[in-house]
Design a protein around this ligand. Sequence first.
Ligand SMILES: Nc1ncnc2c1ncn2[C@@H]1O[C@H](COP(=O)(O)OP(=O)(O)OP(=O)(O)O)[C@@H](O)[C@H]1O
Ligand SMILES: Cc1ncc(COP(=O)(O)O)c(N)n1
Length: 272
Amino acid sequence: MQTMKNILTIAGSDSSGGAGIQADLKTFAAHGVFGMSVITAVTAQNTQGVFAVQDITADVIAKQIEAIFDDIPVAAVKIGMVSRMETIQIIAAKLRQYQAVNIVLDPVMVSTSGYHLLNPAAQAILAGELLPLAAVVTPNIPEAEVLTGLTINNLTDMEEAARRIYAMGPGNVLVKGGHLAVDPENSIDVLFDGVNFHYLSAQRIAAKKTHGTGCTLSAAIAANLGKGLNVPAAVTQAKEYVTVAIENALTIGKGARPTHHFYTLYKQAGMI
Ligand SMILES: Nc1ncnc2c1ncn2[C@@H]1O[C@H](COP(=O)(O)OP(=O)(O)OP(=O)(O)O)[C@@H](O)[C@H]1O
Ligand SMILES: Cc1ncc(COP(=O)(O)O)c(N)n1
């Protein structure tokens, strides 16, 4: 019997379950991997906004990471909301100490609802400390603009941003095009491995605003890498997964719709 892979998310809690730790653990479950979590911050959040954030102390973040790595083999790590400088520094130090592999960094900065989930003063620390550890980094357009100082309006700009972010040390860069309607028909992401560009295109879903798409995508990439897929395959399959999750986004509140993590599984089981 094949053993299950253990995948860790280091991220913030979203009380409404659409993004952050909750989205990541649902994504892991849908991929048949064993999900584990290190909580960096607790947010009071729903489909309409973020109303409060309590950062977890660096010491308790370190203890959570130690508790996992001292006991359990970790096949991949997804990093999401990291809040502030102390949080970033302790995560980077601990991941280096344990020589963590298959790290997927979603450089979360501002929520869909417009709340700063990363202190802007910590943006440079995130780039300096976490980017070099990442096998894959997954900035959206505004995040790629912050990391590079570029203004991104088209695919050529996305490629240039990917090149510049690659030079900061990650193994691969995936610039996500959800925020850029270069092609109104398609949502195109650009993957750069340092040599070649791969273009991942999916039909653009013209639905009500969604949230948790970036969290879901990066968690799916981590799950796929942990299961042994190479980066292009892990990213391609994750893109297919998130597209179905967006197509079937749920209306649970008055604001942005969370992605449906289990649509294919529920369909196959005849539950929907
Ligand atoms: N309307 C859409 N239709 C199809 N795919 C989309 C759409 N919006 C986003 N995507 C895809 O979802 C994934 C996440 O991209 P996006 O640019 O939205 O990231 P993000 O801003 O980090 O997400 P979020 O902030 O919602 O967590 C990408 O693969 C992107 O192409
Ligand atoms: C805890 C947490 N992590 C990440 C996001 C980003 O997701 P989105 O941009 O879809 O709001 C979020 N809203 N909350």
